[in-house]
Design a binder for this molecule. Structure first.
Ligand SMILES: [Zn+2]
Length: 342
């Protein structure tokens, strides 16, 4: 890609009120049947247009066709009962009602491939598609069959790999795996989490990314962050091994976080999507605030490998705030581009 500091978002953007209840996670659909299919496509068009209007370089579907970034994929797999729901504690943080695994996992139908083809038809820009990561999937359901997080994650990785290969064939340029669980279960990440991720990207020729954040701006996450102390060194435990992995891009939360920015040195050589937009506030960053975060990251990330991004998805925000933040991201990146070009 020729653009210096190409901008993108971590993934989700707010859904219009006519499609789903706004500012809510797991929000139920407002439409049904054929109207729902059409509504999702219309929402994708709007979401894409808003990214384009803001000047975002690497665009996405804004996750308009998914109810949730993890469960929508899981619900399409064999071996998962979506009716039989159990309440589990997600990332040791909050309770959620999730599907149950009752038998062998397999994928006999594409999940997002048609949506990706639709996005590809709408634009010639670089497109990124987000999938849940294997470890985060394991953490977002009840396992009544494998009874082993590692084994279940490996089966998910195989299903993800099949999906990823079809997304690549549909014209997706960057496939991203969302792994917020990497920030919580460090030992497991090093033991099998990264290995599962590498299984999920096996044989792909397109670029691959992993998104590791401190979560959406919901109360359970913001309360958890308050207890993390003055320095968030979670990334330190997993970066050395990630640096050696085959993943091309690492997407991180950096703005307004207590992550010591020098930790980025541990993944030197990788492309980094630097979170320069806080998704836990309604305050729209000024371009200068965005630029300031990017400048700090530039000490540890080579300019040609720095991708300005949001800390996480913006699904729970209002559309107006999300639009403002997209504009701020682009304007902040532009300030730093100018500084780099003189
Ligand atoms: Zn995130």
């Amino acid at each position: 890609m020729k653009t210096l500091l190409p901008t993108s978002t971590a993934g989700s953007l707010p859904k219009p009120a006519w499609l789903a209840e706004p500012e809510t996670l797991w929000s139920p659909w407002t439409l049904r049947d054929d109207q729902l299919i059409e509504g999702k496509q219309d929402a994708l068009r709007v979401s894409l247009q808003e990214q384009q209007r803001a000047g975002i370089d690497i665009v996405s579907d804004g996750e308009q066709s998914r109810q949730h970034f993890v469960t929508t994929f899981i619900e399409h797999l064999n071996g998962v009962d979506i009716e039989k729901r159990r309440t589990v504690r997600i990332r040791d943080r909050y309770d959620a009602s999730v599907p149950t695994v009752f038998g062998p996992i397999s994928r006999n139908q594409p999940v997002f491939v048609e949506d990706a083809k639709f996005l590809r038809q709408q634009t010639d820009q670089t497109i990124k598609w987000a999938l849940p990561g294997p470890m985060t999937m394991v953490d977002t359901l009840y396992d009544d069959y494998y009874k082993s997080r590692k084994e279940l994650a490996w089966e998910f990785a195989k299903a993800l790999n099949e999906e990823a290969k079809e997304l690549e064939a549909a014209g997706v340029d960057i496939i991203q795996f969302d792994e917020p669980a990497f920030n919580v279960f460090f030992e497991e990440v090093n033991e099998w989490g990264i290995a599962c991720l590498e299984r999920a990207i096996e044989g792909l020729k397109c670029e691959t990314a992993v998104h590791i954040c401190y979560g959406y701006g919901i109360k359970a996450n913001t309360d958890w962050k308050k207890n993390l102390g003055s320095e968030w060194r979670q990334y330190e435990a997993i970066f050395p091994q990630l640096q050696k992995s085959g993943i091309d891009i690492i997407s991180l939360e950096c703005h307004n976080s207590h992550v010591p920015i020098e930790l980025l040195e541990l993944i030197r050589g990788k492309k980094v999507m630097v979170g320069a937009i806080d998704v836990a506030t309604d305050w729209v960053e000024t371009p200068e605030e965005v630029a300031s975060t990017l400048r700090k990251a530039l000490k540890y990330v080579d300019a040609d490998k720095l991708y300005p991004c949001t800390n996480c998805g913006m699904a729970p925000l209002s559309r107006e705030v999300a639009r403002g933040k997209l504009n701020a991201l682009q304007a902040g990146a532009e300030i730093v581009r100018r500084e780099l070009s003189v």
